[in-house]
Design a protein around this ligand. Structure first.
Ligand code: AMP
Ligand code: GLY
Length: 420
C-alpha cells in the first residue's frame, strides 16, 4: 500500500524509517519531509494546510493511509477532511485533538472521568487569575489554554512570577483563557498508547529533557534528548497509568461522541500518590518518537492501520529490551534566535558506528553539502543493552560529527543513570 506521511522533523524521519521497513508498504511519500526522510521514500512539496491539495494528492497517488506527524494539522481538522473524502488517516479528529489543543478541555475530561491530575482553575481575564494566584500562593503553574509550541507554560516559584506570566499572556492576547494549576512534585515521564476509539494498546515509556542546558538549566525547548524505556515506569506504574488515566480518557472521549483514534501521549508526573496527568498530546513526541521507533520490533504500519480500522484488540506491540537514547544537536542560540545554513560534515562517520542511527530534524541539502536548517537539527541516537552503553555510543557519534555551529546537552539520561 502507498502511504503519505505529513511532517518534516526528527519525529517524521523516525516514522518514515520505521514505515519503510514494513512488508506491507509499496510507496512512501513524505510531505514535505527532510533529507533524512528522502532516504526512506519520496519527499513531496505539499502544504498540509491546504487540505484540498492533500486530498487530491491522495487520490492521484492511490494513498491507502495518511499518517499525520505533528499536532497543528490535527487541531486544524486535517483528519476530518481526509476521512470525509474517504481516505484513511492515522491521527485524531479535530474534536478529539482538543486533548492537546486545549488544556481547559483536558481538565474537563479529567473531572468527568475522575482522572488524577493537578487541581486547577480556569480564567478568561487577568485580574481574576492574579487574585486566584495570590490566594493560592506559590509555587504555582500558569498555562495558556491553546497551542503555543511548548512556550505557554510557566512553572512559577513566586506569586510575582506567576502574575507576570499572566500579564504577559494577556498582553499578547486580551481574550486568552488561562489555566492555573497546582504545582505537582515528582519525576516526569512520557507514556505512549495507541487508541482505536475503544481499545488502548500501550506502546512504551520515555523521558525527555526539555531545558536547553545541562542539569535542567536554561529555557524550555521542544526537547533536547530522550531515552526509552523510562525506569520510573515500572510494569506496575504502567498498569496504573492505563487503568487510572488512559483508559478512562478513551472511555470518556467515546462517551462524548468524539472517540479518540491515534497515538495518545500522556505527560505524567510520578508523584508519591502515583501517576498524575500533566498534559496530553495527540501525536508522538519529538524526540521521544525517535527512541520509540528504534525499540519497536513490530510492523509500525500494521499497528497504525489497526488503530484506524478499530482492530487494536487483536494487536500486540513487541519491543527490543535495549535502551534507545537520542541526543539532539541544535544550532547555537536555540531556542532563541539562531542562524541557518552552516555546513554539517562527517555525518557518515557517525552513522557507520555500531548501534548508531542519526535522524534528521532540521537539515537541508545544498548540492553535495548538508546544511543546518532549523533549531533542532539532528537526533543522534544509539541502542545498547545498558543505558551507560547507549549513552556512550550516542556521544561518541556526536563527537564524530563536524559541526562547530551546533551544541547539545551532555547529560542525557542522567536521571536513569543516577538511579542505578
Ligand atoms: P506542558 O506543556 O503542560 O507539558 O508543561 C510543560 C512542563 O511544565 C512540563 O513538562 C512540566 O515540567 C511542567 N509542568 C506543567 N504542569 C505542571 C504542574 N501542574 N506541576 C508541575 N510541573 C508542571
Ligand atoms: N518532546 C516533547 C514533545 O514532543 O511534546
Amino acid at each position: 500500500m502507498n502511504v503519505l506521511l505529513i511532517g518534516s522533523g526528527g519525529r517524521e524521519h523516525a516514522l518514515a524509517w520505521a514505515l519503510a521497513k514494513s512488508s506491507r508498504l509499496t510507496r512512501l511519500f513524505i510531505a514535505p519531509g527532510n533529507p533524512g526522510t528522502a532516504a526512506c521514500g519520496s519527499n513531496v512539496a505539499l502544504d498540509a494546510k491546504d487540505h484540498a491539495a492533500v486530498v487530491a494528492f491522495c487520490k492521484a497517488e492511490n494513498i491507502a493511509l495518511v499518517v499525520v506527524g505533528p499536532e497543528a494539522p490535527l487541531v486544524a481538522g486535517l483528519a476530518d477532511d481526509l476521512a470525509a473524502a474517504g481516505i484513511k488517516v492515522f491521527g485524531p479528529s479535530k474534536a478529539a485533538a482538543q486533548l492537546e489543543g486545549s488544556k481547559a478541555f483536558t481538565k474537563v475530561v479529567c473531572d468527568a472521568a475522575n482522572i488524577p491530575t493537578a487541581a486547577y482553575a480556569r480564567f478568561t481575564n487577568a485580574a481574576a487569575a492574579k487574585t486566584y494566584v495570590f490566594e493560592q500562593g506559590a509555587p504555582i503553574v500558569v498555562k495558556y489554554d491553546g497551542l503555543m509550541a511548548g512556550k505557554g507554560v510557566t512553572v512559577a516559584a513566586t506569586v510575582a512570577e506567576a502574575q507576570a506570566a499572566i500579564d504577559a499572556l494577556y498582553a499578547n492576547e486580551p481574550a486568552a483563557t488561562v489555566v492555573i494549576e497546582e504545582c505537582m512534585v515528582g519525576e516526569e515521564a512520557s507514556f505512549f498508547c495507541l487508541v482505536d476509539g475503544e481499545t488502548v494498546l500501550p506502546l512504551a515509556s520515555a523521558q525527555d529533557h526539555k531545558r536547553a542546558f545541562d542539569n535542567d538549566q536554561g529555557p524550555n525547548t521542544g526537547g533536547m534528548g530522550a531515552y526509552s524505556p523510562a525506569p520510573v515506569m515500572t510494569p506496575a506504574m504502567e498498569a496504573r497509568t492505563l487503568a487510572d488515566i488512559v483508559q478512562p480518557t478513551a472511555r470518556e472521549m467515546a462517551r462524548r461522541g468524539t472517540p479518540y483514534r491515534g497515538v495518545l501521549f500522556a505527560g505524567l508526573m510520578i508523584t508519591d500518590e502515583g501517576p498524575k496527568l500533566i498534559e496530553y498530546n495527540c501525536r508522538f513526541g519529538d524526540p521521544e518518537c525517535e527512541v520509540l521507533m528504534l525499540r519497536l520490533k513490530s510492523d509500525l504500519l500494521a499497528l497504525l492501520l489497526a488503530t484506524v480500522d478499530g482492530t487494536l484488540g487483536a494487536e500486540q506491540a513487541e519491543w527490543h529490551d535495549d535502551t534507545a537514547l537520542t541526543v539532539v544537536l541544535a544550532t547555537k542560540g536555540y531556542p532563541g534566535s539562531y542562524a541557518t545554513g552552516s555546513e554539517i560534515r562527517d555525518l557518515d562517520k557517525a552513522e557507520a558506528m555500531a548501534g548508531v542511527t542519526v535522524f534528521h530534524a532540521g537539515t537541508r541539502r545544498e548540492g553535495q553539502s548538508l546544511r543546518a536548517n532549523g533549531g533542532r537539527v539532528l537526533c543522534v541516537s544509539a541502542m545498547a543493552s545498558r543505558v551507560e552503553e547507549a549513552r556512550a555510543r550516542a556521544y561518541a557519534a556526536v563527537g564524530a560529527i563536524d559541526w562547530p555551529e551546533g551544541f547539545c546537552r551532555s547529560d542525557i539520561a542522567a536521571r536513569a543513570l543516577n538511579r542505578s
